[in-house]
Design a protein around this ligand. Structure first.
Ligand code: NAP
Length: 257
């Protein structure tokens, strides 16, 4: 029987890279999607292979319909099945401008990448999974959306980013309710501040805030922390759950007086 197959958007760096390595170790054949940096994606493919796994790098902008179709088609061509989609690719607000200065240019690219792309890719993947389950090629399916603490915590200089991440929670519940009858589980994994290229520009700020106790577990999150949550979902440790949010944030979401 063929290996279970996964698409990880933005799998070439940061959190996505960590997820690809974990899935490779779990025996998934992985489509490592990237947008602009083929070398980074190739490095991930080599690292998965070095661990004894299977992966292929596939370029595609998740904000573009044709690229999304290409991603799903490539997974099916290469691996003959699709068991898992991880909607991980995301970008922060362009120019990090205050609410009163925020631009439509940033809004459009952030919404296309962080919300429209994941929604319509989930739709494409879900329809394929339903077909594959119907013909008994796969037993079940999973869709995991990587959101953010920014979905429930304000950054006044990243309004568009915050709104896309808040909407991902609703998107997760919509797909979860629609797909449960087919055996497709849908989950939101909500990272806190994770060490990656995205947070490199704000490293000193968070070094200080973490030391001061901004969240109870006083360290940076790592891509491996998110990858372990993905592993728990895909290995079936949440069999009676769907549509929920899994916080991987060092306890940041806990409110304290
Ligand atoms: P990152 O280090 O900046 O990596 C972003 C990845 O997404 C890269 O592989 C990049 O590929 C890819 N990508 C960007 N735009 C894309 C597009 N239009 N189509 C396809 N791929 C695209 O980011 P990260 O920190 O790992 O974040 C990953 C996800 O976690 C994002 O959704 C982010 O919002 C979320 N998150 C991050 C943190 C954090 O603290 N880092 C916290 C909460 C949530 P190229 O290199 O080829 O452009």
């Amino acid at each position: 029987m063929r290996k279970r197959a996964a698409i990880v958007t933005g799998g070439s760096r940061g959190i996505g890279r960590g997820i690809c390595l974990e899935l490779g170790r779990l025996g998934y054949a992985v489509v490592v999607n990237y947008a602009t940096r083929p070398d980074a994606a190739k490095e991930v493919v080599a690292a998965v292979a070095g661990d004894g796994g299977t992966a292929v790098a596939v370029q595609g902008n998740v904000g573009v319909a044709e690229d999304r179709r290409g991603l799903v088609a490539r997974a099916l061509d290469e691996f003959g099945r699709l068991d898992l989609l991880v909607n991980n690719a995301g970008i922060t607000s362009q120019g990090r401008k205050d609410v009163l200065e925020a631009t439509e240019e940033s809004w459009d690219v952030v919404f296309d990448t962080n919300l429209k792309g994941p929604f319509f890719l989930a739709q494409l993947a879900a329809n394929e999974m339903v077909r594959l389950i119907g013909e008994k090629t796969i037993p079940d399916g999973k869709i995991i959306n990587i959101s953010s603490i920014s979905g429930h915590t304000l950054s006044l200089n990243r309004a568009d980013y915050c709104m896309t991440k808040a909407a991902m929670g609703m998107m997760t519940r919509l797909f979860a309710a629609r797909l449960a009858e087919y055996g497709i589980g849908v989950f939101e994994i909500c990272p806190g501040v994770i060490a990656s290229d995205m947070t490199a520009p704000v490293k000193e700020k968070y070094d200080r805030l973490i030391a001061e106790g901004l969240w109870p577990i006083r360290r940076w999150g790592q891509p491996e922390d998110i990858a372990k949550a993905v592993a728990a979902v895909v290995e079936g440790y949440f069999p009676f759950s769907t549509g929920g949010r899994i916080d991987v944030d060092g306890g940041f979401h806990i409110r304290t007086l």
